[in-house]
Design a protein around this ligand. Structure first.
Ligand code: P5A
Length: 437
């Protein structure tokens, strides 16, 4: 893609309403545009990043055997009346009526809808266990939407739902998802800490939030630093190993302020290991057994032909929130650097251009063609402006690698720079090799 052709409305002014870095940066680099309070359009750059996050989430869900489907955003109030949550959910639910006066709502979550799908088709224990998920917009009429995409009204969520015959089986599904979440966030360059959490309006008695460290986070956290020492690679994808993994994580102290007790913290965590900081919740998993299946009559024949309520859990990842959260976790000294797996482009070529000298641009175009051939997602900054402005702009956009075509270019050797590090002069062959690694 040529930068001059890309719809990326960069603004110089610091948007007054944006209080945290990710919100400021996303507005300044034209990733999003506010449409009304807590509701955003995703412009090409922001959308590209979100799609990369979505794809990693999808691959890791598929890897544990979860199956993708798609449920609608608009739901009927009937099923919510059956579960008893229609009144309980309160003002956060956007309630609407269709032209026949039927009560509908814009889904804030999908426990009821998936239970309705499931009860109409699955009748026997032989079809269990199952995990279904979709990646779909949600609407919650947040009283104070803020921090850009981090707490908004309309947001993109991956929500998965597990169905098992017994509580024991359901805990195995929970462990699989726990493992999948740690892997998912690791692929995005994030260190997520699983923390025992309150279950709120979703319900149940077992729940973990996945929190990444960031000063601007909304959750205050108390944890033992040893939690970062656990090596996920040592666990296998078998039930016993996954159970051990969850025990290893959960025996290390890590809670948000909802569950924090000073005495417990001091008793369980050595002074030098105590970490009190803030974090952003990027995922949340719940086990609530038959909280929905029982009132909604989602029954299964067990081995003896006896009817029993299916045991369920639900598992959410804030896909759109992650875009902001990743910026918060990676922003440093006025420079933004995307993790390679998420970056909107793999590399940017920056030729030094002037009115009388188009030679560098021509060289840059040659490199561009070669990189495209090699399947590298490349941006060519063909805009006619001085190099110092170009560097400032790309420090903002945060593409992790730059190829600079200017005075240091000799023949087939170019200046290659990883953001935040010194540049080196490398042949195009070596540059391609580095980018492919
Ligand atoms: C789990 C999946 C649920 O809704 N039902 C289906 C369960 N959980 S949750 O914790 O309420 O939300 C899951 C994740 O969605 C993100 N999130 C938000 N992102 C942006 N703006 C919001 N207002 C918002 N609310 C929730 C979070 O990442 C959360 O972990």
């Amino acid at each position: 893609m040529y930068l001059s052709k890309l719809f990326i409305p960069i603004t110089k002014d610091l948007p007054a309403e944006a209080k945290i870095k990710s919100h400021q940066l996303m507005l300044r680099t034209g990733m999003i545009k506010q449409s009304s309070a807590g509701i955003y359009s995703w412009l090409p750059l922001g959308f590209k990043v979100m799609k990369k996050i979505e794809q990693i989430v999808r691959e890791e869900q598929n890897a544990i055997g979860a199956q993708e489907m798609l449920m609608p955003t608009i739901q009927s109030s009937e099923i919510w009346k059956e579960s008893g949550r229609y009144e309980d959910y309160g003002e956060e639910m956007l309630r609407i009526k269709d032209r026949q006066g039927r009560e509908m709502l814009y889904g804030p979550t999908n426990e009821e809808l998936i239970t309705d799908v499931f009860r109409s088709s699955v009748k026997s224990y032989k079809s269990l266990p199952q995990i279904l998920y979709h990646i779909q917009w949600k609407f919650r009429d947040e009283i104070r939407p803020r921090f850009g995409v981090m707490r908004c009204k309309e947001f993109f969520m991956k929500d998965a739902y597990s169905f098992d015959l017994s509580d024991e089986g359901a805990k195995k599904s929970y462990n699989k998802m726990f493992y999948s979440y740690l892997k998912t966030f690791r692929r995005m360059g994030l260190k997520a800490i699983p923390m025992a959490a309150e279950t709120g309006p979703i319900g149940g008695d077992l729940s973990h939030e996945f929190i990444i460290l960031a000063e601007t986070g909304e959750s205050k956290i108390y944890a033992d630093k040893d939690i970062f020492k656990i090596d996920l690679n040592k666990y296998k994808f078998i039930d016993s190993s996954l159970q051990k993994m969850r025990e290893d994580f959960t025996k290390i102290y890590a809670v948000t302020d909802e569950k924090y007790k000073e005495e417990e913290f001091n008793k369980n965590v050595k002074k030098e290991n105590q970490m009190i900081t803030k974090g952003i919740e990027v995922g949340h998993i719940f086990y609530f057994s038959d909280k929905y299946s029982k009132p909604m009559n989602c029954l299964i024949d067990d081995k003896d032909g006896k009817k029993t309520s299916v045991k369920m859990g639900s598992y959410g990842i804030g896909v759109s929130r992650l875009v902001g959260a990743i910026i918060e976790a990676n922003y440093n000294n006025n420079v933004m650097k995307w993790p390679k797996t998420i970056s909107p482009f793999d590399v940017v070529i920056m030729p030094s251009i002037s009115k009388n000298n188009k030679e560098n641009l021509e060289k840059a175009e040659k490199i561009y063609k070669e990189l495209i051939k090699q399947n590298i997602d490349v941006l060519l900054d063909d805009v006619d402006e001085n190099m110092s402005n170009k560097f400032k702009k790309h420090d903002l956009i945060g593409i992790p690698y730059q190829i600079i075509v200017g005075s240091k270019t000799v023949g087939d050797n170019f200046e290659f720079k990883e953001l935040n590090s010194k540049s080196e002069i490398l042949s195009l062959k070596k540059i391609i090799k580095k980018l492919k690694n």
